[in-house]
Design a protein around this ligand. Sequence first.
Ligand code: NAD
Ligand code: ZN
Length: 252
Amino acid sequence: MREDIVRAAQFIPADSAVVCLTGAGVSAESGVPTFRDSQTGLWSRFDAEELATPEGFKRDPGLVWRWYMWRLEQLEAASPNLGHHALAELARLCEGFLLVTQNVDDLHEQAGSVDVLHLHGSLFSFRCASCAAPHHLTAEQRGADLPPACGVCSELVRPDVVWFGESLPWDAVEEAATASHRCSVMLVVGTSGLVYPASQLPLVARQAGATVIDVNPEPGPISSIADVFLQGKSGEVLPALVRAVADRRASA
Ligand code: NAD
Ligand code: ZN
């Protein structure tokens, strides 16, 4: 086994309080495109200003609607990969474990993770853009060229995700920040570390004395502050890491 994986496992004893922050990279091996990867990332092919801002939605709600319906179809066709499964297993091996994700998919939940904190909302829920009333989509509305109208106030319905320039759900941010401040290990997986404020959580943890472990095929701002950088795909690195954690327990 790789030496760096064994070293990372040593930082995760049974009584450790772990916060795991995941980003789009953890779902990449499930066939869900990331935002920023240069070849396959969504923002190399689409314009974030048009598709993921409140202004873009006002300008062309139909375009934004069809794009999200296309992404929803992609997510429905995806299954959790070995990385998602490994994180669900790691939670069972640790006394304290909080999974915080920037992802809008439900692949962590499908893999068996419970109490997942979604910082950027979910692509499976919808609400009114004006009065925020929740909206349940019909099959016909999913296939339509324009978003449906809210049953309460008749304004347009939008996906319940956080767009650029919008605030994150306050409760989730507060819970994630408090846990990051208190944890002994911050495990960061598949995030570019460029999206604020999620990108601050590893810094908060580090400043409070936690060990930071970063899993990513590419070095970036998080790997540069990490105690251990496990360079590689999460579907390969995480199962090996969890095996190493379990082996240490068995031999203790
Ligand atoms: P990002 O696109 O900015 O970065 C993706 C990161 O994943 C990069 O650092 C890349 O090197 C890494 N990566 C690529 N393949 C990987 C693999 N196999 N294993 C591990 N890491 C891999 O994504 P981000 O940092 O999560 O940016 C945040 C925004 O992206 C959020 O707003 C989030 O909502 C959104 N997003 C979510 C999804 C999803 O729900 N699956 C998909 C695309 C974008
Ligand atoms: Zn409404």
